[in-house]
Ligand binder design. Structure first.
Ligand code: FAD
Length: 541
């Protein structure tokens, strides 16, 4: 860190917010050798864990950072059932069960070297934090709050408040990134509006410890239970930390007027479990379910990422995962500009690429949530021990698995997003349909470069990350691109592959993959002007 003539300390990137998105950005920048400082007003303790599902794409980023194994080794047991179960209550009737193999039973998917991992925020944030801290150029400062900031010429000046000592400090940064969550004061200061459907409801979380809960209810194991009774689909019950018997009951909606004092926890738990039960209460939170995206993701030298710019229903487990995608996209671009090879419009492409993904994911998460509402009709007989009751349960169970169950079948949603209208990708054919359930491997520019196993046992994805990579399948001349890269200091690796399976997936002899693992351009031979191609993909035109 350097001090300017004014005596003000200067950092290349100041990140505000030490949730998973801020930590991921700090880690990504540090991993790329870019110095940054992260300030977080809290002390890093997670009292009310929200996130549980680290999706396949985020696991691929973790793989690149070298921490995927640590995430997989988190305390969630590999042999724990991952079944999703629809019940009238935990001790009541089972309407349907979506059987899913345990982590230990899972076979590799054809489309990724990684798989979605259950890893509560209780464990995931500390893993990210330790990884970010291990990067020599990253400084993490907890109990430090951003009070205000101002953009001036070539810097952003920020007022920081050390909440432990009371000390205030002015710091200058080349770039400021607000990963400061749903109530982002940075977004507010910039006057950037949130757009969309707005508030969808006021869910309630009850955290409790109840070892052997399922055994006490006579229920076969599972990971996520959705409760539907005569009043409709009203709650879900999720195991968070099986070894310690930690559970979460989420009541899908309240009237918005409740306070922690007016909530009857015992009655709600009894309704979910189907009988009175003693538990150790750990916490309670009422939150707002939203469907909004910020009107833009940046202004001048200030960028926003994560919940600061998209707030969505947790149905589909997309909140943090979308934010980590923001961090990775912004991370390589900031690094490129700070290292001198990124062009003048590279950073603006952050908004062009990530905002459409935010809109897509918010739309899909909202659709998953709205599917719950279809199960609120006449359920009077749903708990009856009668033929009519059984027939109703069978019918509703089928409908729930088909419709509400879609939020657990999201391979396309996790991996199929692409930067279609990106100014820094050179698009060619029309992309395949964007189906949330089905992932169709697409090597078209803008898409995540598809996975293929290589003869040496690596995934082709393991080649991407640090540099631009020009994949070369067969004979093709690449010298002009290498010379153009050297001329603008763009880090480029040319990798020749004699891999028929990968060649078939990638369809062209030459494929240029960006540091974030997205395809930038492809062709059977280089274009006449290789410099113009590189200027396009590094945001220099
Ligand atoms: C019930 C539930 C389940 C969920 N499950 C999943 C899931 O399975 N998968 C998934 O991907 N997502 C899930 N999510 C969403 C996920 O939890 C959020 O999207 C994610 O936590 C957002 O991360 P963030 O870093 O953007 O923001 P946050 O986690 O909100 O972090 C923002 C941080 O900024 C700090 N901050 C704010 N202002 C300042 C300031 N002025 N100075 C310093 N620090 C500041 C705050 O203290 C906070 O720590 C779930 C959400 C809920 C509610």
């Amino acid at each position: 860190m350097i001090k300017g003539a004014s005596g003000v300390r200067r950092v290349p990137v100041l990140i505000v917010g030490g949730g998973p998105v801020g930590l991921a950005l700090a880690a990504e920048l540090g991993w790329r050798g870019v110095a940054c400082e992260l300030v977080e007003q809290g002390d890093g303790t997670i009292t009310t864990p929200k996130m549980n599902e680290v999706n396949t794409r985020t696991m691929e980023f973790c793989r690149r950072w070298g921490i995927a194994e640590t995430v997989r080794d988190c305390p969630f047991p590999a042999d724990h059932s991952l079944d999703v179960v629809f019940v009238t209550s935990l001790a009541g009737h089972e309407l349907a069960r979506m059987r899913r193999p345990t982590r230990a039973q899972q076979k590799a998917d054809s489309f990724s070297p990684e798989r979605l991992q259950i890893c509560s925020q209780l464990w995931f944030d500390p893993i990210l934090q330790a990884f970010a801290r291990a990067q020599t150029r990253v400084a993490l400062r907890y109990r430090t709050r951003l009070e205000s900031f101002e953009q001036r010429g070539d810097a952003v000046t920020a007022e920081l408040h050390d909440l432990e000592t009371g000390r205030r400090e002015t710091i200058a940064a080349d770039y400021l990134v607000g990963c400061d969550g749903a109530n982002s004061s940075i977004r507010e200061t910039l006057g950037i509006a949130l757009q969309g459907q707005g508030t969808l409801g006021h869910p309630l979380h009850l955290y409790f410890r109840a070892p052997d809960l399922l055994a006490r209810c006579g229920r076969e194991p599972g990971v996520f239970f959705l409760a539907i009774d005569r009043h409709g689909l009203w709650a879900n019950i999720r195991v968070i930390d099986p070894a310690n018997g930690l559970w979460r009951l989420m009541v899908l909606d309240t009237d918005g007027k409740q306070t922690p004092d007016t909530i009857d926890r015992t009655a709600l738990l009894q309704r979910a479990v189907g009988r009175p039960i003693d538990v150790e209460w750990k916490g309670l939170s009422i939150w707002t379910r939203k469907s909004v995206v910020a009107a833009c993701y940046c202004q001048g030298r200030v960028f926003l990422a994560g919940d600061a710019v998209h707030q969505l229903s947790p149905t589909g487990a997309l909140g943090m995962n979308t934010g980590i995608g923001d961090a990775v996209d912004l991370g390589w671009k900031l690094a490129a500009v700070l290292q001198g090879w990124g062009g003048g419009s590279l950073l603006a492409s952050y908004d062009s690429e990530r905002r459409p993904v935010g809109l897509r994911n918010v739309r899909m998460a909202t659709a998953f949530h709205l599917a719950h509402g279809a199960f609120s009709g006449d359920m009077a007989a749903i708990e009856d021990i009668s033929e009519a009751g059984e027939a109703l349960r069978r019918r509703i169970g089928e409908g729930l698995s088909k419709n509400v169950g879609r939020m657990f079948r999201t391979a396309g949603l996790q991996l199929g997003y692409r930067y279609e209208a990106s100014p820094i990708c050179v698009s060619d054919d029309a992309p395949p349909p964007d189906d949330p359930e089905i992932y169709i491997a697409s090597p078209q520019p803008g898409s995540r470069a598809p996975h293929a196993w290589l003869a040496d046992g690596r995934s082709i994805l393991d080649l991407f990350g640090r540099n631009f990579v020009l994949l070369k399948f067969g004979q093709a001349e690449t010298t002009a691109l290498q010379q153009a890269a050297a001329a603008c200091d763009l880090p480029l690796t040319v990798t020749s592959l004699d891999e028929p399976e990968a060649a078939a997936i990638y369809e062209r002899r030459l494929v240029l993959v960006r540091p974030d693992g997205h395809v930038a351009w492809r062709g059977d031979s280089l274009p006449a002007d290789a410099s113009a191609l590189l200027d396009r993909v590094r945001g220099a035109i």
